[in-house]
Write a protein that binds this ligand. Structure first.
Ligand code: GLY
Length: 360
């Protein structure tokens, strides 16, 4: 029987970032995954660190801001362990905003936009310029995995967790390849992290996103993200994918279905081409999909589970898992070791969907 201090279910960006943070604090960590590490939404993401996307719920901002502030250190730690430097791909985002928000001083005029990007056709959109970074999640996934493998973290792919139960001061974890005990168990299983027991229900819905990549025309010098509520275009400017752009994404509520539909990909292309007509003939390279873990209020679930001693959960990052990983790792590590959290976490309480548990 193995006895790590901490057992994490889910080797996505949330689970592995938390594993690194806990390992850094001196704990023995095991990470179990039902499949391969970083194979789901962590690699499907576009990689925008969109803390100031006006479509984010306002309660997300403190966690998002903390995570942005931690990002350089997070990438430095991964670099130190893996010897792989993950660069920022872009530093600016043109964000479309409703006209009642535009006009507050930071919006660009059509003339300004045409100076920045000759092919952009704003149409009914008004844009603001955000100081926002993006990274390539596939680069991050390679580096993060190499970083984890450079430590004593015990990563066990293809090992689904079947059940858990508290026994005294420990948790017994039953997996497809036997049982183990850990002092604490953390559910970071993304879209697969739903909790349903007679004490507590946490509904996590997979929200499918289809997307594609295209080769950017050489005459289009695109070094920034363009985003409207319906579409985003995210260029890769450096590394193996330099010269291509990611176009996304659908948001679909159809269960654990990752099938790519050419009609949906064509629709994304046509929305992108409305903004950037020069993309009309761009050669398509790939199409893929991922399953975002969504809660009923669109906010993550971060904390200890009531009535299940030594059980924790960190999921529900929906459209912002890449952005929120460093802060999630920090605040979850603080909760797990009994420190005060760097930010107020009540908006992310695991009990907020259970009226009998939240009422005074
Ligand atoms: N974060 C991008 C998306 O959810 O499509």
């Amino acid at each position: 029987m193995q006895h790590p201090d901490l057992c994490i279910a889910g080797a996505g960006i949330i689970g592995l970032s938390l594993a690194l943070e806990l390992h850094h604090r001196g704990y023995r960590v095991t990470v179990l995954d039902k499949g391969e590490a970083l194979a789901e939404s962590s690699s499907a993401a576009a990689g925008m660190l969109a803390a100031h996307d006006p479509d984010n719920p306002p309660q997300l901002l403190p966690l998002a801001s903390l995570s942005l502030s931690l990002y350089p250190h997070f990438l430095d730690r991964i670099h130190a362990l893996s010897e792989i430097r993950v660069p920022f791909q872009t530093h600016t985002t043109l964000q479309s905003v409703p006209s009642h928000i535009a006009g507050t001083g930071s919006e660009l005029t059509v003339k300004d936009l045409s100076h920045l990007l000759p092919a952009l056709v704003p149409g009914e959109h008004q844009f603001i310029l955000l100081d926002e970074h993006s990274i390539d999640p596939r680069q991050l996934a390679s580096a993060l995995l190499a970083a984890v493998r450079a430590t004593t973290i015990d990563l066990q792919p293809n090992t689904p967790v079947l059940s858990t139960r508290s026994i005294g001061d420990a948790v017994e974890i039953s997996t497809s390849s036997g049982s183990m005990q850990a002092a604490k168990f953390i559910n970071c299983a993304g879209a697969w992290a739903a909790v349903s027991s007679h004490q507590l229900t946490i509904s996590i819905t997979p929200k499918k996103g289809q997307m594609l990549s295209v080769v950017l025309p050489p005459i289009l010098p695109m070094h920034f993200v363009v985003r409207t509520p319906d579409i985003y275009i995210v260029p890769r400017t450096t590394g193996p994918s330099a010269g291509r752009a990611i176009i996304g994404a659908t948001v679909e509520d159809i269960g654990f279905d990752k099938i790519i539909h050419p009609a949906d990909i064509d629709h994304l292309r046509s929305l992108a081409t409305t903004l950037l007509p020069i993309l009309a003939g761009a050669r398509q390279l790939e199409a893929w999909s991922g399953l975002r873990p969504a809660t009923p209020d669109g906010l993550p679930v971060l904390g200890a589970l009531p009535a299940q001693p030594n059980h924790f959960i960190a999921t529900g990052h929906y459209r912002n898992g890449i952005l929120l990983a460093p802060a999630t790792a920090k605040v979850m590590a603080q909760l797990i070791v009994g420190e005060a959290s760097a930010i107020e976490l009540s908006s992310f309480s695991p009990t907020r969907f259970s009226s009998e548990l939240t009422s005074p």
